[in-house]
Design a protein around this ligand. Structure first.
Ligand code: SF4
Length: 728
């Protein structure tokens, strides 16, 4: 608290994975500033331009405060009881007639940034017992989870770069300076990267685009989209052919090491130079530098997870860190020790992959979900198990998943759509009923998910800043009511138990947090971390608490059946044949020998900028104003060859669809590659016209193709999509 009528509230920003601490100053209920919280031990005052959009979300007149129903006369506000009654009647009727799988679920990316939705939403969706569960996970990160399941025994056992202690960081397909870190919660990542250089180390980027991160890197290498697996195989090959393999302290925890040399033998640096666009000498130098560094880490993210061989790449990234002795070591890739550990120490953790398959294309389930690439066909293909109704929670799949046009057609054919969202967006406009949850500032928060990916162990609980609006319901209340009304077979014992919780109003997310911390690694009496943390204490620490640097988690951190890291899981080994088919290996070592390409043929890659957060924030004028950022980036040589100049519009066409947008010509992108940012394409929803129409942009997912996936995981291909670019 400061002056008489100005008060200060501290919390974490939940808009992205960085979970920065923020300081919000208010006069009465009016927010007068949002700044970084200098006393937050993790983010130390850092914020990005997006944080102020929390205020825009809070005050947005377009934000729904009451349930609405679609009628021939337009959207009409209805009471909560009517909304629940109608929803339950429809969904129960559809499940009774067509079976449980006839109700599909899509959980959008904001779900994992929301405590209530993480706890109560997930329970409700499980209770529906539908196999048709989908989420944003299969848009961009399923390959990470698959590699973690098959190598370490649990989907969340994801190695995180120990960026604060490394001497050498190799970054593939990631732009953390703009994304603020992904599967690497690292507030102020720019400062952390520069700190590597200040302590005498270096970091290198590999990307088809000279990104904002590349601009501050020690070196950048361009790579042709979709060829990262070749590069990594060559790097592993070079380790073996030069006697550089040294698993260090991991030696006794790995198995199948002897299989690896045969798997990589055809992939010398020379043999992949042409396809990757990286000279063999550069590949060898990377490996030598990496091995020479005392502490080194290879980090790869979205650009390499979202192409045809995303799962192979994630396996090879882990393998490379292991073979160089850089897993579970200071400055390498480490596992976190969060205060609430969702993994626990169960052994074995269970396979959670391919226990069943999707009906039409036979995609494997991973972590109880099908890949979202299957969603449209599961709605459109008649037969037993066809999806007839959808529940979309905090998601906008009609913009953010592949082939928007096809998915829109699918949504138009549904019998019922429920949206749990506070915006009428491109997806929720297809809903019959929309149930609006409170705004981020009207909720308490603890980051259950991203503390598992943080580069330091850390915990912070945020109290709600505002009371939720009168007559509105929390997500806990929304999901508890739905769970009660949707209980299969009527009011079963389980439903009665839910009802009791609902009416007693005792079961809040905070109860879950208290139990989680008590069972976790920082609570007495079993704490090995010299702490005695309880939820009660945490709730009083308005700036959060630092729980120290990442720690070794071996051997108890390996959750495979035999407690050993699997270096050559059969699925990955078998998938090498698909890679070989696409990229037959021949030794050329000559970039000049690269195959000629048609002048209009390009490979599409994505892009994001500091003021976008997927499609979350495009109703905030501050986030979308200014010059057009939804442009197609192409190389000057390509612009010349198709006869276009800066600012001119082009038509981009793929198998899935086409769009038109302005070009930005730059030598910061490889020839033959076109980059279009994701998350745009607003303007169809019934929101304020000035924002929605003037800053709509186009959706890159009109071009991405639901038929083009990483076969092992079914993850969408968003990078390396073949497109044609022509002058309009
Ligand atoms: S980096 Fe992410 S968490 Fe930090 S202020 Fe920006 S949006 Fe919020």
């Amino acid at each position: 608290m400061t002056t008489s009528n100005v008060r200060t509230h501290y919390r974490s920003c939940n808009l992205c994975e960085a979970i920065c601490g923020i300081e919000i100053r208010l006069r009465g209920d009016e927010i007068i500033s949002i700044r970084g919280d200098k006393k937050d031990p993790f983010s130390k005052g850092h914020i990005c331009p997006k944080a102020v959009a929390l205020q825009d979300l809070q005050n947005d007149p377009d934000r729904l405060r009451k349930p609405v129903k679609k009628t021939p006369q337009g959207w009409q506000e209805i009471s909560w009881s009517e909304a629940f009654r109608e929803t339950a009647k429809k969904l129960r009727g559809i499940q009774a007639e067509f079976g449980r799988d006839s109700v599909g679920v899509y959980q959008g990316n904001p779900t994992v940034h929301n405590l209530d939705a993480m706890i109560f939403g997930v329970s409700f969706f499980r209770q529906l017992k539908t196999k048709n569960r989908y989420s944003a996970t299969s848009v961009d990160q399923l390959p990470h989870h698959l590699a973690a399941i098959l190598m370490f025994g649990h989907a969340l056992r994801l190695p995180i770069p120990d960026i604060d202690r490394t001497d050498y960081m190799l970054i593939m397909g990631a732009n953390p300076v703009v994304s603020n870190g992904s599967i690497m919660t690292a507030p102020n990542v720019k400062k952390r990267l520069k700190a590597i250089q200040s302590r005498g180390g270096q970091f290198i980027t590999i990307d088809p685009r000279f990104t904002e991160t590349s601009k501050i890197a020690d070196r950048h290498l361009f790579i042709r989209p979709g060829t990262d697996a070749l590069l990594l195989l060559a790097m592993v090959n070079y380790l073996f052919s030069n006697g550089l393999v040294d698993c260090g302290h991991l030696h006794e925890y790995v198995e199948q090491l002897e299989q690896i040399p045969a798997l990589v033998k055809d992939y010398s640096p020379e043999s992949v130079a042409e396809e990757t666009g990286i000279p063999a000498l550069d590949i060898k130098l990377l490996v030598k530098e990496f091995c020479a560094a005392e502490k080194a880490v290879l980090y790869a993210r979205i650009g390499v997870s979202t192409h045809e061989f995303g799962s192979l790449v994630n396996w090879l990234v882990n393998l490379f860190n292991i073979l160089t002795g850089n897993l579970d070591t200071k400055g390498g890739a480490m596992f976190t020790t969060p205060a609430i550990d969702l993994i626990g120490d169960k052994k074995p953790a269970g396979k959670k992959h391919a226990r069943y398959h999707s009906r039409v294309s036979q995609y494997p389930e991973t972590i109880s979900e099908f890949p979202v690439a299957a969603l449209a066909e599961e709605i459109l293909t008649p037969g037993k198990g066809q999806i007839k109704a959808m529940i979309v929670a905090a998601g906008n799949p009609l913009l953010s998943t592949p082939n928007n046009t096809q998915l829109e057609k699918a949504f138009n054919s549904l019998e019922f759509v429920l949206s749990i969202d506070f915006y009428i967006n491109e997806t929720s406009r297809h809903a019959d009923i929309i149930l609006p949850p409170p705004s981020p500032l009207e909720r308490s928060h603890y980051d259950l998910a991203f503390n598992h990916f943080a580069v330091r162990n850390y915990a912070r609980y945020s109290h709600a800043l505002f009371e939720k609006a009168k007559g509105s319901l929390s997500e806990a209340e929304i999901y508890l009511e739905l769970a009660y009304l949707m209980a299969p077979g009527g009011f079963t014992e389980k439903a009665k138990a839910w009802a009791k919780l609902k009416f007693l109003k005792t079961f809040k997310a905070e109860g879950f947090l208290a139990k989680g911390i008590k069972k976790g690694p920082y609570a007495q009496p079993k704490s090995q971390n010299n702490r005695d943390l309880s939820f009660k204490q945490l709730a009083k620490l308005e700036h959060g608490i630092d729980l120290g640097p990442l720690q070794s988690r071996f051997p108890e951190g390996i959750l495979t059946k035999n407690g050993k890291i699997q270096l050559a899981p059969k699925k990955f080994v078998a998938d090498l044949a698909r890679l070989q088919l696409k990229f037959p290996t021949e030794i050329t070592d000559s970039l000049a020998a690269a195959k000629p390409r048609e002048k209009h043929s390009f490979l599409l890659i994505g892009r994001r900028d500091p003021r976008t957060c997927n499609s979350w924030l495009h109703n905030s004028y501050r986030m979308v104003k200014g010059k057009n950022r939804c442009t197609a980036l192409i190389h000057p040589a390509d612009a010349d060859s198709i006869g276009i100049v800066q600012g001119q519009a082009v038509k981009v066409t793929s198998r899935a669809g086409s769009l038109e947008l302005e070009v930005a010509i730059s030598n910061e992108i490889m020839p033959g590659v076109i980059s279009i940012p994701h998350g745009w394409g607003h303007g169809k929803a019934n929101t304020r016209l000035d924002i929605a129409n003037q800053h709509a942009g186009v959706s890159a997912n009109q071009l991405t193709d639901e038929k083009l996936v990483d076969v092992l995981s079914g993850n969408a291909v968003l990078n390396g999509v073949p497109v044609e670019v022509t002058r309009i």
